[in-house]
Design a protein around this ligand. Structure first.
Ligand code: GAR
Length: 193
């Protein structure tokens, strides 16, 4: 039986689409659903290309627990947060212990927490004159960006790099490593921690 993956995404959806592309013809891993809280999110168009209809949910039903119920009924092996900006409550962690992964565009524990997403992260990295940044793939727990780290990859940056240049270096890493780590995770080739 192929492993079943659900993706949650809030916006542009390039990672979600990249993951769908990676597993499109895979017989061991299948992306069974993509959910978004934003009816205008580009992720909806992007994943169509892979025959996936993204489902839109609203915040009220999310906080009432409807989305969790729906996803429980799908019985996924893994839930992926790919640019998903709503916080999952403890009931999610209880329902899917060590089965929810997030990608963060910096080297956690630096530059994480509430409000730290997308270009805000890159701006903070630049403002602090960091010489390197990177990506972190981690388990999701009750605290924003604090779950156990599964994988990190660094990249060098220059002081005169623009935010767009930093973002593009990060995206390149995300597109290469996120699907690979998901695959390894599901086929038990990744050691925890
Ligand atoms: C990605 O860079 C992801 O790491 C980041 O949002 C971007 C989503 O891009 N996530 C966070 O900042 C989470 N705190 P995408 O919608 O094109 O995949």
């Amino acid at each position: 039986m192929p492993k079943k993956v659900v993706i949650l995404a809030s916006g542009n959806g390039t990672n979600a689409a990249n993951i769908c592309r990676f597993f499109h013809k895979d017989n061991k891993v299948v992306i069974i659903s993509v959910f978004t809280n934003n009816p205008l999110a580009r992720v909806i168009e992007r994943v169509k290309e892979y025959g996936i209809k993204a489902e839109v949910f609203d915040k009220i039903s999310f906080y009432k627990g409807d989305l969790l119920k729906t996803i429980c009924s799908l019985n996924p092996d893994l839930i992926i947060l790919a640019g998903f900006l709503l916080k999952l409550g403890p009931e999610w962690i209880r329902a899917f212990p060590d089965k929810i992964l997030n990608i963060h565009p910096a080297l956690l524990p630096k530059y994480g927490g509430k409000g730290m997403f997308g270009n805000y992260v890159h701006q903070a990295v630049k403002d602090n004159k960091e010489k390197e940044t990177g990506i972190t793939i981690h388990y999701v727990n009750e605290d924003f960006d604090k779950g156990k780290i599964l994988f990190q990859k660094k990249v060098k940056i220059d002081l005169d790099n623009t935010i767009e240049e930093i973002a593009s270096k990060i995206q390149r890493l995300e597109y290469v490593y996120f699907p690979k780590i998901i695959k390894k995770f599901l086929t038990n080739q990744v050691n925890e921690g």
